[in-house]
Design a protein around this ligand. Sequence first.
Ligand SMILES: Cc1cc2nc3c(=O)[nH]c(=O)nc-3n(C[C@H](O)[C@H](O)[C@H](O)COP(=O)(O)OP(=O)(O)OC[C@H]3O[C@@H](n4cnc5c(N)ncnc54)[C@H](O)[C@@H]3O)c2cc1C
Length: 286
Amino acid sequence: MNIAELDISHRYQATVRETSRMTPPDSGVEVRHIVLEVDDPTFHFIEGQCIGVLPPGPHEFGAEHHLRLYSIASGRSGEGSQAARFSICVRRCFYIDEVSGEQYPGMASNYLCDRSPGDALTLTGPYGRHFLVPRDESANLLMIGIGTGIAPFRAFIKHVYEERGSWRGKIRLFYGAKTPLEMLYLNDVHNDLGQYYDQETFQAFQALSPRPYFDEPPAVEERLREHSLEVRELLQDPKTYVYVAGQEKMSEKLDEALSEVAGSQEKWRAAKEKLISGRRWSELLY
Ligand SMILES: Cc1cc2nc3c(=O)[nH]c(=O)nc-3n(C[C@H](O)[C@H](O)[C@H](O)COP(=O)(O)OP(=O)(O)OC[C@H]3O[C@@H](n4cnc5c(N)ncnc54)[C@H](O)[C@@H]3O)c2cc1C
């Protein structure tokens, strides 16, 4: 998704209905679950889409706006089955100025994380129609993500088990976070994905970072290796759809791991091409 090419002419006013910190205060990373409400009958979304957020100015270097995207974490019938409401999960980001070495708060994520219930904000979108749950309920979904990449998978899982209700294919989630406290929707503070563990078709595998203090990404690829037999079977099954979401930095190690699972780089390249040409491979990397 090229952010500069997105249409932002159609804007919606949203109201913050809830905001809660999902990571404990001592985790060092703040990620918030934010419920928004758009009171406009023309606003519709489906799971897998993102919304755009336009924080108010002034913006740096005379830029007209500072559009940032956030994955919708609710199924299409809305957060808590309230059609006008949906949730996003936002990590409070900072960036280091390359010249001064100083740390500055990221504009959009800090703006969102600082909002309180009742506050209004401006949204655009929703965007994206490539990260979709297939219609075939016997399809397998292999979801692989790290960090805030869990958001579209939460929407998928809610859609499959609450809105569809009769899913027969296997749903497998390989999810990584740096520490147990940063396992979004799967930690002590906020565990709403835990309620799906007793679904026969659902299994989740969690991975942590081997060296969290060196900013090393979670070793989600280790879990794929450990479960290589099942993952290989899934990758060979024409009914499997693969989804990858989260930070871009996961993609290299993921490719390496899936090459091992497939048997060689060539085998994985061929398998991936087949998935892509069959529209069964979708990425949401940022
Ligand atoms: C398709 C898409 C979906 C996205 N979905 C989400 C989402 O569901 N939740 C979410 O929090 N962000 C998501 N993002 C990232 C989000 O759009 C912003 O880039 C992020 O919030 C930083 O924006 P900012 O204005 O605060 O800071 P900026 O000044 O734009 O960036 C600050 C720094 O934060 C880094 N950064 C950006 N996103 C993350 C992240 N999630 N985790 C760690 N570091 C990051 C950037 O590389 C940059 O160095 C998504 C991005 C895309 C393209």
